[in-house]
Each structure stands twice: as C-alpha cells, then as structure tokens.
Design a protein around this ligand. Structure first.
Ligand code: UP6
Length: 260
C-alpha cells in the first residue's frame, strides 16, 4: 500500500471523502495536516487562512476555544472552500453509540454539521461507529479510528491495533483510515494519519513523543503527517508550514519512487 501514489489509490475506494482527500493531496501536492491547537476563534481563523494553501486538512479541537460560536464555523467553512482543504475535528469519540450520536450532532458544537472527518477510539467496539453513522442524516462524513497513540505508555497494544484494523474493514463506508504510529492494515483505501511529528524536538515533557516527517513517512508508513506546535509555536508559522509540507511531500515522493 505504501508503494502506491495517492492518485492510484483513489479508485480503491468508494468513500467520497477518502477520494476527495486523495485528490486534494495529489492536486495540491501536500500531505500536511495542521493541528490548529489555538484557543480563540481569531487565532484559529487567522492560522487557517495563512496555512490554508499548504495543507490538505485542518485538524481542530473545537472545545479548547474560549469564544466558539456559529461564526467560528462559518469562517472555517469559507476558508476550507477558499483553500481546498477538509475539516477534521479531533473529538476522539469513545463512548457507547447512543452517547456519541448525541455528542456528534448536539451540544454546543454540533460537530456533524461542519466537520468532514472526526476521530474515534475503537475501545467501545463498533457500536461507537454505528452511533456516529446514525447521526449523519445523509451528509457526506467519515471517521478516522485512533488505533495507536503517539504518547509514552499508551495502552494501544499490537492486538488493539489489529482489532481496530478489523473494525475498519467492517465499516469501510464510514472509516477513512487510522490515526496511528505504524501501518498495520495493508488495505490501500485506508489513509494513515500520524501525529507526534516535529523537527528538532523529541518530546514535550507531558508524554508526547516526536519523530521527523521523513521518519513518519518512510519508516512508519504515514500518508499524512499531523503537525501542531511545530507550526503553531514557530516564530513564523507559514514558513514552518512550508518546511513541513516540503519535507513530507518529498518523503512521500521518495517512497513511491522506490517501489515502482
Ligand atoms: N494527537 C496526538 N497523538 C495521538 C493522537 N492525537 O498528538 O496519538 C493529537 C493531539 C494534538 C496533535 O491531540 O492535537 O495531535 C499533536 O500536536 P503537537 O504536534 O503539538 O504535539
């Protein structure tokens, strides 16, 4: 799977968002996802507009904003259309199906109304996926299963990772891929998203563990790198986004070249 180009993987799936993401990555020539972990709407919107040209995906933690409102969402959606990227809410749903259905569609954030993709833990079993799907109401949506975490001491064992792969195979109409540190599934339709990526640092003192973009892509099999503070806390976030984007796309090109 690692050997194939993003273009060639489009036809391996019927999932409209997987196809869309492969298309954006191939056309825009970027496999960078920025983790926009900032705490005000103004910072989030400004960051999204600035890094927009360099990303395929904007990952949010919408619940860390101090001033969330419908305006936040209107602006994010406008920017997603303007720069051609998808919105990815890192909610990490992890409860019974009935509860996640309410968390997805209701509350203050109404995530289902604006996020193309959301993250979900496989821990509860596949009722978590069925619960999310029950709340979609005809919208084009997808989820990414968090099968392995980047943090030190994570409880995501090999067996857990395997079981998440099986869960994904049973729900290909909704699952787009995995947030993981290694590629276990050989199925080319699944996209591997890898966080814990940063240049010049190995950790953050709170359990996060970092590898470089090259290592994530060439050694771990990442398709998309997720970069937060390496970009948001850089003195020049746009220059940093360009740097991560180039290093990640070069590594991807190297990977597909070696295989053909
Ligand atoms: N994230 C991880 N590791 C995981 C899953 N998700 O770091 O296993 C998320 C975090 C954060 C981002 O919630 O939003 O990816 C990483 O941010 P950083 O680059 O600033 O460490």
């Amino acid at each position: 799977r690692k050997n194939c180009s993003f273009e060639s993987r489009i036809t391996t799936t019927n999932h409209p968002l997987t196809r869309k993401l492969f298309e954006i990555m191939a056309n825009k020539k970027t496999n960078l996802c920025v983790a926009a972990d900032v705490t005000t709407t103004e910072e989030l919107v400004s960051l999204a507009d600035k890094v927009g040209p360099h990303i395929c995906l904007l990952k949010t933690h919408i619940d860390i904003l101090t001033n969330f409102s419908q305006d936040t969402i209107d602006k994010l959606r406008d920017l997603a259309a303007k720069h051609n990227f998808l919105l990815f809410e890192d909610r990490k749903f992890g409860d019974i199906g009935s509860t996640v259905a309410n968390q997805y569609s209701g509350g203050a954030y109404k995530i289902v109304e604006w996020a193309d993709l959301v993250t979900v833990h496989g821990l509860p079993g596949d009722g978590v996926i069925k619960g999310l799907v029950s709340a979609i109401n005809g919208r084009t949506r997808g989820c990414v299963l968090v099968s392995q975490m980047s943090s030190s001491g994570a409880l995501t064992s090999e067996e857990y990772v395997e079981n998440c792969s099986k869960m994904a195979e049973n729900h290909t109409y909704f699952v787009v891929g995995f947030v993981s540190q290694s590629s276990k599934s050989g199925d080319p339709r699944f996209i591997l998203f890898t966080p814990g990526v940063r240049l010049g640092k190995t950790g953050d003192g709170l359990g996060q563990q970092y590898v470089t973009p090259r290592s994530a892509i060439l050694e771990r099999g990442a398709d998309i790198i997720i970069v937060g503070r390496g970009i948001t806390q850089a003195s020049d976030p746009v220059a940093a986004a360009k740097e991560y984007r180039e290093e990640a796309f070069d590594a991807y090109q190297e990977r597909i070249k070696h295989s053909t």
